[in-house]
Design a binder for this molecule. Structure first.
Ligand SMILES: NC(=O)c1ccc[n+]([C@@H]2O[C@H](COP(=O)([O-])OP(=O)(O)OC[C@H]3O[C@@H](n4cnc5c(N)ncnc54)[C@H](O)[C@@H]3O)[C@@H](O)[C@H]2O)c1
Length: 309
């Protein structure tokens, strides 16, 4: 009998928490959540030498954060550093780090801990794309995709999560992709690595919750194509539902999600609907919709980032 009482009590508590969390989420559509203060936080951004990483650095600089900027490209990273200083960063530390090399990540992470301190906001943003049909992808490109797009996330968590746990304070941001939620033709290595990045970040989110580390937040970002040059040449047949996104719009949304401690951010909103459809529609029906929306063709004119000589 007491076990039945306990089961009933647990069910009522769960129902109460469930209702509260739904109402809280609905309320956040009407009243924006309070934004956290990131002044003085040590923010590490990988792939800060261009694109989304650079724009994120400038937003955090404006908010008075201390920036730790990692990129394989020292010139791009130095440009970001100068722009961030002008934008008001309270400190900017640049490091040339090859995120495809575990030993380089651990070496530079040790240097950061000595020279700057414990990272409190870790943004895994560096990414690479091959953009070829599966059988044309050289093995080394598959390896590079996995090294940069997911394995670097694991090594940076290993390096910086212990201090976050010790202080019960931190924020882990994973810049994944909508290609980490839905398979796309000619993006097999990219999709596989981004699905892995999503799964890794989500499982750590759950694990930290289960261990009671409630002061460590997670944000997982899954955007469609962005006009940064990484997916140069890619197209959309549905600019209303699936527009190619402006970098400033994406960065506004990411900043908002981080400051409001939102866990999932899919861009554009239509991606939430696509995932909902995927969860119950027969696979063949999904393919008919993909054909109609020309999703099978989005990579056909892919050129990617044009390398400077
Ligand atoms: N651009 C898009 O359409 C798009 C869409 C969805 C997700 N994303 C993701 O957003 C993130 C940022 O992309 P972006 O559009 O700003 O691309 P980008 O090419 O402008 O920036 C990527 C940065 O990562 C750096 N980088 C690459 N390899 C590295 C390595 N081995 N070590 C360290 N740094 C390395 C590059 O030098 C560059 O500065 C990526 O993870 C990407 O996969 C991009």
């Amino acid at each position: 009998m007491p076990s039945k009482m306990k089961a009933m009590k647990d069910l009522l508590i769960c129902a109460g928490k469930f209702t509260y969390s739904i109402l809280d989420a609905l309320l956040s559509f009407i009243v924006p959540r309070p934004k956290k203060n990131v002044a003085g936080e040590i923010v590490l951004i990988t792939g800060s030498g261009s694109g989304i990483g650079r724009l994120l650095a400038l937003r955090f600089a404006h908010l008075g954060a201390i920036l730790v900027l990692w990129d394989i490209n020292p010139e791009g990273n130095q440009e970001t550093c100068e722009l961030a200083k002008k934008a008001g960063a309270s400190g900017v530390y640049t490091y040339t780090c090859n995120c495809s090399e575990k030993q380089d990540i651990y070496r530079v992470a040790d240097q950061v801990k000595k020279e700057v301190g414990d990272v409190t906001i870790l943004i895994n943003n560096a990414g690479v794309v091959t953009g070829k049909p599966f059988l044309e992808i050289p093995d080394e490109c598959v390896e590079k995709s996995f090294d940069v797009n997911i394995k670097a996330h694991i090594w940076t968590y290993k390096a910086f999560l212990p201090a976050m746990i010790a202080n019960n304070h931190g924020h882990l941001v994973c810049i994944a992709s909508s290609a980490g939620l839905l398979g796309i033709s000619k993006l097999s290595d990219y999709c596989a690595s981004k699905f892995a990045a999503f799964g890794f970040a989500e499982s750590l989110f759950i694990e930290l919750f289960a261990q009671g580390h409630t002061g460590i937040k997670t944000t997982i970002v899954c955007p469609f194509f962005i006009k940064t040059g990484m997916f140069e040449g890619c197209t959309t047949a549905n600019p209303l539902l699936l527009p190619i996104l402006e970098p400033d719009y994406v960065v506004n949304k990411i900043m908002n999600a981080i400051l409001e401690e939102q866990v999932y951010l899919f861009l554009p909103r239509f991606i939430y609907f696509v995932l909902f459809l995927k969860s119950f529609l027969p696979a063949k029906t999904g393919l008919i919709i993909c054909e109609y929306m020309k999703i099978l063709d989005v990579m056909n004119c892919f050129k990617g980032r044009v390398k400077k000589d």
